[in-house]
Design a protein. Structure first.
Length: 394
């Protein structure tokens, strides 16, 4: 692989755009979220133009499925046309949602022609018969083996060793696959290992499939997941980015620098509140109302020991404030306090019942059964209040 000292290549790496996702779980907000995803894709193209990158890489799942209205494909192609006009090349790898099978969207539509790139290397869609592209003007080869089935018959990295390929100075991988994690990726459709990545001797491996930004290195090869430019599911943390990647050769070494850039609007925030600090139901509503943001997915969890006076109805909180957020979820994981001392003699029926509850709580907590422990604590709390003569509304 060689190349002149001082040479540099700038890439924009994105993946998992999932244009046209149905979002059945969002109801009447589904169309809004689809537009947010398209807006993030447009912002990605804007960034590529502003940064004057040499190459845009899309590592699979540009489309959420192979069944898309023609208008949706035309909208995507219009964005690629902007890159074509700026002479910025784009290489697309099919994913597992837009797999290159017989019904592939890339068979049904010629994206290169739609973007005005016929007869050039400005728009390339890799396929099982064309698993790399030599971009001579960039002195680079993009390698991206894909298959005609969703589940890979073997690793897409089998036999790939860029050190034996003398066509260009730079060798870049483009795959939609999971880096193997024991016990977590066994059922994934396309899996690669760190040893396989190291064996490729690629300068950079652009990956898709994980929707959060991740980076790593195997051997001399730097790899990264860009994550989705806009969350596909509203509880996805770590999405919303694309990656600007600088490949530079100096007399001392080759350098790969990765820069995250935010293009998505959605923010995901997890908020944990101690039940003792909540105060009251109206107080919780007021506290969350101060965080209202139509671009925010707020996941609230109430934990700790619940004061006897605290009566929070999470469904009512979500109903009252839901329209002020992109999505609001409130979960009450707090538990009722245990009695400080003996409530009633253990020789009585009620006393024996209370001691039995305490024993069951201890067993549930020892087994890390939080749901059962919480229910039992609530029962014990109510029993203690009733025995104390407190009027309780059920």
């Amino acid at each position: 692989m060689g190349g002149g000292f001082g040479s540099m290549l700038r890439l924009l790496h994105t993946a998992d755009v999932h244009l046209g996702a149905r979002h059945a779980d969002l109801g009447d907000r589904a169309a809004t979220q689809r537009e947010r995803q398209f807006a993030a894709f447009v912002a990605t193209i804007d960034l590529a133009l502003a940064e004057k990158v040499d190459l845009v890489l899309i590592a699979g799942d540009l489309f959420d499925s192979n069944v898309q209205p023609k208008r949706s494909v035309e909208r995507a192609a219009a964005q690629f046309e902007r890159l074509v006009e700026a002479r910025i090349r784009v290489v697309i790898a099919p994913g597992t949602h837009d797999v290159f099978d017989r019904a592939s969207i890339y068979r049904a539509y010629d994206l290169a022609a739609m973007a005005g790139a016929v007869g050039s290397d400005l728009v390339t869609v890799l396929d099982p018969d064309h698993d790399d592209v030599h971009l001579k003007s960039l002195d680079a080869v993009v390698h991206g083996r894909c298959f005609a089935t969703k589940r890979a018959p073997h690793s897409p990295l089998d036999g790939l060793d860029a050190s034996k390929d003398g066509r260009a100075a730079w060798h870049i991988g483009l795959l939609h696959a999971a880096v193997a994690i024991e016990g977590k990726t066994d059922r994934d459709d396309v899996v690669i290992t760190s040893d396989e990545i190291a064996g490729t001797n690629l300068d950079y491996l652009a990956l898709g499939h994980w929707h959060s930004t991740r980076k790593g290195k195997a051997g001399r090869t730097t790899w990264a997941y860009s994550g989705s430019p806009e969350p596909v599911a509203l509880d996805q943390d770590g999405a919303g980015n694309v990656l600007l990647v600088d490949l530079e050769e100096t007399p001392e070494r080759r350098r790969v620098a990765i820069h995250e850039r935010k293009v998505g609007r959605t923010r995901v925030e997890k908020l944990q509140l101690d039940a003792a600090s909540v105060g009251s139901h109206p107080g919780l509503v007021a506290m969350l109302a101060d965080r209202a943001d139509p671009d925010l997915v707020l996941d609230v969890e109430i934990t700790g020991v619940k004061p006897d006076a605290l009566d929070v109805h999470v469904d009512e909180v979500e109903s009252e404030l839901g329209e002020r957020f992109l999505k609001l979820r409130v979960r009450d994981r707090s538990v009722a306090p245990l009695p400080d001392g003996p409530i009633v003699s253990a020789d009585t029926v009620l006393g024996a019942f209370m001691r039995d509850l305490e024993a069951q709580i201890a067993e549930a907590e020892a087994a890390d059964d939080d749901a059962t422990s919480s229910d039992l604590r609530d029962s014990l709390r109510l029993g203690r209040l009733l025995l104390s003569g407190v009027e309780v509304t059920l």
